[in-house]
Ligand binder design. Structure first.
Ligand SMILES: [Zn+2]
Length: 255
């Protein structure tokens, strides 16, 4: 006799979805207790499905899941937060897609402490959907995600000599995950990028602040671009593969 399946109810945010079979969808979700997982939403493509509700990307839902051997089966889905602007505004939608892709690549299934990641992602979607300056929300998210993933950038001291850095232009080393002072800069010839003083100050501010302290910060598009350049360069080097959405956002900005 097979053991009865374990059934549980959980909040979840949908990171990815793909068609599966005739009428079903496979969803990649993040949950506070069970981390990232794939679940099968049966009948999700039938308009008449009443128990399944809408399982749209980047929405928060309550799911009833039957834990299976390979993946869970969703038997009920109820939307709790639509984050509607992410579907109505191309730029906000692109930022959400980027944030979801980054999370998907950063976290493994069976992650130990998924709750903090879930909360960060949920709050980030809300900010991208509603804040006047979603770019700041994305920069904040990149910094916090690096923290939670164990790759906190070192922006206080030189990663080579460990002396406190001076108020001047530096370089950032993707290999070492932090700042290298001008004196030690020749130690690395690959995987480094210029880190102007203004960008360094912004990164320090973002690292030590809560979002509420940052949200009204007025920064130029050029400075935001430069902070993005350093953080994304670091993230990209960590992930080895470039994120598809990174290119998408770059194209958006150029157009
Ligand atoms: Zn140094």
């Amino acid at each position: 006799m097979p053991r009865p399946e374990r059934v549980y109810r959980t909040p979840a945010i949908i990171l990815k979805r793909r068609d599966f079979g005739e009428a079903d969808r496979m969803l990649t979700i993040i949950t506070p207790l069970h981390g990232k997982q794939d679940v099968l939403a049966k009948g999700a493509r039938k308009i008449t499905s009443t128990k399944m509700g809408h399982v749209e990307l980047f929405t928060r839902v309550d799911l009833l899941i039957n834990a299976g051997r390979d993946f869970g089966i969703v038997s009920q889905a109820e939307m709790t937060e639509a984050y509607q602007p992410l579907r109505e505004d191309l730029t906000r939608g692109a930022y959400a897609a980027f944030a979801a892709e980054m999370l998907d690549r950063f976290i493994e299934e069976g992650e130990e402490e998924p709750r903090a990641l879930f909360t960060l992602f949920d709050e980030t979607l809300s900010r991208i959907a509603h804040e006047p300056n979603p770019r700041l929300a994305v920069i904040y998210y990149e910094m916090r995600l690096l923290d939670l993933a164990g790759f906190r950038p070192e922006v206080q001291e030189c990663v080579i000599g460990h002396e406190a850095i001076e108020a001047q232009d530096q370089v950032f080393s993707f290999v070492d995950g932090g700042v290298i002072c001008p004196q030690h800069a020749p130690v690395r010839s690959d995987g480094i990028t210029p880190l102007p003083l203004a960008t360094l100050k912004l990164l320090r501010h973002v690292q030590r602040s809560r979002y509420a302290q940052l949200r009204n910060l007025e920064i130029s598009a050029g400075l935001a671009d430069d902070a993005d350049r350093v953080l994304l360069g670091y993230i990209t080097s960590l992930l080895e593969r470039r994120l598809q959405s990174v290119d998408f956002i770059r194209r958006l900005r150029q157009s």
